[in-house]
Design a protein around this ligand. Structure first.
Ligand code: SF4
Length: 376
């Protein structure tokens, strides 16, 4: 069904002033007791709020904590981040995934230094012009760091508001988004907006869970329309899942006089900016044909001839909707060819040098294997 074919769904009304007052009181009281002690809350300064909000996109707070502490220890200010090499920024981000976030954060820090005298702008429009800052992140930074009266809507508050309102429609469509942003604005108090917005997110992430929301422990349960109607499990409606696609890939660990070849992933690719071993999809399964395929694809990528060797490992992992089986192979460098390689930047590295380069999680696993193999 296309968006224009969708049946018209009447949207619920926003709650009245009395409801909003009771909601704020109950939420604030609950947060006073249940707020988690998180390092970015302790730090409190705008840079810490900004870094944490970028890290928390698509990632749980429990995972982010160690990354946040290391990142802000190594790069404690906007200036330090702006001056850092992108490779060092990505190395600090390694394992957190969605590396575009780190590159945009780095570029935004440089813009802040060049155009805003090193201070995050307090003007919402200016803030949203920085790379990687959308309406939600701007709202979080402005309200939490500067206590400005600005609403937020992210995955947790979107689910929470949808249930409080008993919004049956898809929350991603424009009419629902408009209603949910209006709700986010309507519930805001006049003061302590940053703490209030954090309390909303906390309630969404800790109590109003995606599956099996903890309604018995919820401080706003008497005000929740989904709870009153027993609709918690149906709101928000589940997104249609595209079936996972199985993909076979191979990485070749090409060695030459005790060094191994790494390539920088080009712009527009899955791990743009990171480094990787030559890697590509493969089709052949019979050993002789696969060996030819590895040599041919490595030649196209690197403009080198290689001699593929033994199979080293199989790593199964998922990226978005792809279920990837990655086979790692040893290979020996033979010769450099004339002509253009598909990748622009390659390096021959000693095993100890691999630690200095940002790799994907699977790339790091392969790097440990190659380090062991070359040490023998
Ligand atoms: S009562 Fe249940 S569904 Fe409603 S807000 Fe609380 S946890 Fe979410």
């Amino acid at each position: 069904m296309t968006r224009t074919d969708r049946p018209t769904v009447s949207l619920p009304a926003l709650p009245d002033a009395r409801w909003r007052q009771r909601f704020r009181r109950r939420l604030r009281h609950w947060y006073t007791v249940h707020a988690r002690d998180l390092p970015w809350r302790r730090a409190g300064h705008p840079y810490a709020v900004w870094v944490s909000e970028i890290m928390l996109q698509q990632t749980q707070a429990a995972t982010v904590t160690a990354y946040f502490e290391r990142f802000t220890r190594e790069l404690p200010t906007i200036e330090a981040l702006a001056q850092a090499d992108e490779q060092d920024v990505l190395r600090l981000w390694e394992g957190l995934g969605y590396y575009r976030r780190a590159r945009q954060l780095h570029r935004a820090a440089q813009v802040v230094m060049q155009q805003h005298a090193g201070e995050l702008p307090r003007d919402p429009e200016q803030l949203r012009r920085l790379p990687g800052i959308g309406r939600y992140t701007a709202g979080a930074v402005l309200s939490i760091a500067f206590d400005m009266r600005v609403p937020i809507l992210e995955a947790n508050t979107l689910r929470l508001f949808s249930r409080l309102l008993a919004l049956a429609d898809d929350p991603a469509v424009a009419s629902s988004q408009q209603l949910l942003w209006a709700m986010a604005e309507a519930v805001l108090p006049q003061r302590d907006v940053g703490a209030f917005n954090q309390a909303l997110m906390e309630l969404g992430s800790e109590v109003c869970l995606v599956r099996n929301p903890r309604c018995d422990d919820c401080p706003v349960a008497p005000l929740c329309r989904a709870n009153a109607r027993g609709l918690q499990a149906e709101i928000p409606p589940p997104k249609p899942q595209r079936p996972a696609e199985a993909v076979r890939e191979a990485a070749v660990l090409i060695c030459r006089r005790g060094r191994v070849l790494l390539m920088r992933c080009p712009e527009g690719q899955r791990w743009a900016g990171l480094w990787d071993f030559p890697r590509f999809p493969v089709r052949c399964t019979r050993p002789a044909a696969l060996k030819r395929e590895l040599a041919e694809k490595a030649r196209k990528l690197t403009a080198m001839t290689i001699e593929p060797g033994r199979h080293l490992t199989t790593i199964k992992h998922g990226v978005t909707r792809f279920r990837i089986t990655l086979e790692g192979y040893a290979a020996q460098y033979v010769a450099q060819l004339d002509g253009q390689a598909d990748v622009a930047e390659t390096k021959w590295l000693l095993p100890v040098e691999l630690d200095d380069y940002p790799l994907s999680t699977t790339g790091r696993k392969l790097s440990r294997l190659v380090a062991e193999a070359l040490r023998r």
